[in-house]
Design a protein around this ligand. Sequence first.
Ligand SMILES: [Fe+2]
Ligand SMILES: [Fe+2]
Length: 492
Amino acid sequence: MTAGGQPPRGSIAETVQTTDGFLRHAGREFLVVLYTAVRSLKLYPIENAQVQKALDDLTATTKHLLDVEKEIELRMQGEFIFVNSTRLRLDLDNYASFSHILGVLRQSGIGAVRIDEGVERKQLQIFVSLLLSYAAKGVTATKVFELAQKLSDAGVTHIGVEPPLETDEDTEDEERQKEAAKRTYARSVAVTKEVINSIRMGRTANVKKVKRAVQAIVDQVLNNEASLMGLTTLRDYDEYTFTHSVNVCIFSVAMGKKLGFTRLQLYDLGMTALLHDVGKARVPVTILNKTTGLDEEEWRIMQAHPWLGALTLFAMRSHDELPYRTILVAHEHHMKTDLTGYPKVVRERALGIFSRIVSVADGFDAATTRRSYQTVPIEPDQVLREMWQNPKRGYDTVMVKALINLIGVYPVGTCVILDTFEIGLVAAPNPEGQQLNRPMVRIAVDADGGSVPPPGTLVSLTEQDESGAYRRSIVKVTNPERYGLTVGDYFV
Ligand SMILES: [Fe+2]
Ligand SMILES: [Fe+2]
């Protein structure tokens, strides 16, 4: 870790962090065991061994939390779950349990659950069964009070339920959208993985699911483009093929929106983008994940993925949901506008507009993502410049321009050094949409090298002093790791 990368380690800060870390961990664990208990009781009778085991686990985890915290408050706020005011983070692993529990609690009209010391296994069991039966009935305003009454009637004195807090909608809105974007992203990655794996194993892919995931992406982009775009920079998942497809889909749809496509056109564009690399399901994993350079034969196999993809999709054409353009884009996305790419074509042809969009989105995401064989990703601003200026890259410049307009010269998440010696992370393009080189930035390291903990200090690079000079300008782009910064921490 370099100087300036670490937060100051005062004793108070440390204690707070430790408790927070414990809660985050134990809180997630608690949700997972609660989810398992609810699910198994839904499927099996109470005496079933699996149900009993789930209740044992729930009891043990609850007690473990109570040993440290004395009381557990599980609170739902918008799309968030808090355990004793620590917000639990949603990620790919806990996505299913989180959304399920959130759904069950919401259907029961519950805003918060309180559990205090002295709770016993029996009480937890009654609580889980009541939760199940209440969630099954329709939502009414008084439901949570009935449930509270039932709990106390059954002698469950250490568990209480409360209605949701009336909260200020506006302040929560942005956060809620962010969380919704995360769920859309996680779901799309899961769906893509499922498709690629089914094809790999020779099964039919579930096109309907892909379509629903794409529609969610399109809706989100039309609603609030920034929240989903921000997620494309959080490339801390190691499942490149899947996250790459989702990123390409998000970029393509956002570009399509800029180009004035209708919602239905965007659905089709999104499908073609999400499935553009589907041919990679036919490429051996050993080649896909190779960390060293590929030899000639391996390149040949890798470069077969466009036509393998086209064939795969052609075989799936009986699905009405699959636009015929998915076949075209899978085939054309590496051809380049001057046709010097692959696969080689004999006759002169013009690439379809969807292919031209997806190629640009694809090239940008591939070049800015660190892959197994790249130790350092190329900085996004250089990538855009190269795509824009070097005709040999074979991108349609109108489409590159659309991408630049969309993400600014410095895409969200780019780490920049400012002329004030501060270091920041680009948070959003300039809201006025004019000065592409003056985005909004979150200062993460101050001028003296001291770190500014997440979310950092948000500044606009268009701010001017009394004399009209800009207060801050970007000097250069740098690698956040040099300063011990984890980009994701500043955007979650
Ligand atoms: Fe590809
Ligand atoms: Fe690709």
